[in-house]
Design a protein around this ligand. Structure first.
Ligand code: GAL
Length: 447
């Protein structure tokens, strides 16, 4: 049950964040998006199939509710209606318009998401919304048809020179020329995102507003007054580590999260990008780590793998369906992300390493204290959760009950530490309670 302290924590964090009246955006968004696997090869059929599969595979029942259309949905040539100025959907990809997709998605009890850009053009070169915010917010709202709610992912490409920031901050290249104490909430990037925020607020429906600002202009410092979530880094791609063009593997992203996890709380979520679970050549262990960490970080859980073959890919479906991890991500009482409690790999805390980010993480939920042990190495490693090192457990105890969030099994009562062999690139996910199953420290929060 929610403790009084926990409830007060919730109220305190609600005060500063952008939670819509109906609760939209309070918890990390869950759903599906076309970009990671389909890029521009989208059509009405992709989204209608996904919506059906979300229901048939049981994913809707687990909370996956958004069906999100990414870039390349509008008509690249015609762009806008000559009379109304409204964006024109691509007639080949969406012969019945976006309205019909919305209807089908809504008829299954799901929500539709759309994509635009705070520049003249999207990243794919389709019409952007800069200067058209009011009209586009109204159009998206109109296409929603009923009152099911929507999602807008708002990208950051093709910003014209008059909107360039006075100072530049790009997280992958941390040096910047801003004077000390500069308020990034006054940057042009913040202003461009705020214009759309204001336009969305004027619609008579709720739109989950996801800022795809890639961590630029220190979006984490002003995002919580502007949107429900904000991208923190360049694009993800399905690799364990490294970089290809502007896309990054999992470890560099987790490295940044090790340093900036604390900007997340109810209604205000760092977005570590959409899931690549099931894509590329990620091993099962890498897929497990990806999902466990995105749940632990309270990042949005937006699946990016085709769903029509997922029934045949049972190990992947099982990962995406892990209810205990989802419950941590969606906890109703504790809004903070898990935090690193020890860096591991013989490294001091708060240091950056894009191949070996922090390995020992702790978070809390209504069920207990959770520990996530990430093996960044290419071979199996024995990892030890030493209770005296874990802040909420430091007071000691008469032994703790250790529960495996992957198998759903209790592993026994341990007095000083729990040691487990973690396979290469895998993550152990544990729930720790007192021996009698009670929460060891309901007052504790990582923040
Ligand atoms: C990127 C964005 C991706 C995807 C792509 C579409 O800027 O980070 O997630 O939306 O644009 O062109």
């Amino acid at each position: 049950m929610a403790s009084l302290a926990g409830q007060l924590l919730v109220l305190a964090s609600l005060a500063s964040a952008f939670v819509s009246r109906d609760g939209t955006g309070r918890l990390p968004a869950m759903g599906w998006n076309s970009w990671n696997e389909y890029e521009c090869n989208i059509s009405e059929g992709v989204f209608i199939t996904v919506a059906r599969q979300l229901v048939d595979l049981g994913l809707k029942d687990l909370g996956y509710e958004y069906v999100n259309i990414d870039d390349c949905w509008s008509d690249k040539e015609l762009r806008r209606d000559a009379t109304t100025g409204e964006l024109i959907p691509d007639a080949e990809k969406f012969p019945r318009g976006i309205v019909k997709v919305a209807e089908e998605v809504h008829s299954l009890g799901l929500k539709l998401g759309i994509y635009s850009d705070a520049g003249t053009d999207t990243c794919g070169g389709y019409a952007g919304s800069l200067g058209y915010e009011e009209l586009d917010a109204a159009t998206f709202s109109k296409w929603g048809i009923d009152s099911e709610g929507q999602d807008l992912k708002y990208d950051n490409c093709n910003v014209p020179p008059e909107w360039a920031d006075e100072y530049e901050y790009i997280p992958e290249e941390p040096a910047n020329n801003a004077p000390p104490g500069y308020d990034w909430g006054t940057s042009n990037t913040a202003k461009r995102y705020r214009v759309m925020h204001d336009a969305l607020q004027r619609q008579n429906r709720t739109i989950q507003y996801s800022l795809c600002a890639w961590g630029h202009a220190h979006v984490e410092r002003w995002g919580n007054t502007t949107g429900h979530s904000w991208r923190m880094w360049g694009d993800i791609f399905p690799a364990w580590k490294g970089k290809e063009k502007w896309s990054w593997g999992l470890m560099p992203i987790v490295n940044q999260a090790s340093l900036l996890w604390n900007y997340t709380d109810f209604g205000s979520h760092n977005d570590w990008d959409m899931l690549e679970v099931g894509n590329g050549d990620l091993t099962i262990e890498e897929n497990r780590s990806h999902f466990a960490l995105w749940c632990a970080l309270k990042s949005a859980l937006i699946v990016g793998t085709p769903l029509d073959t997922l029934a045949l890919r049972k190990p992947i479906l099982d990962i995406l369906s892990n209810k205990e991890l989802i419950d941590f991500n969606q906890d109703p009482v504790y809004g903070a992300s898990a935090m690193p409690y020890k860096w591991g790999n013989d490294r001091p805390a708060n240091t950056s390493d894009r191949d070996h980010p922090a390995a020992f993480w702790v978070g809390t939920s209504v069920k207990g204290i959770h520990v996530f042990l990430l093996n960044t190495h290419d071979t199996a490693v024995n990892m030890r959760a030493v209770f005296a090192e874990i802040p909420p457990l430091k007071s000691g105890g008469k032994g703790y009950l250790i529960h495996d969030m992957w198998t759903g099994e209790d592993l026994g009562i341990f007095r000083k530490y729990f040691e487990v062999e973690v396979k290469a690139h895998d993550t152990a996910a544990l729930t720790i309670t007192k021996a009698d199953g009670k929460h060891p420290n309901p007052q504790w929060s990582p923040k």
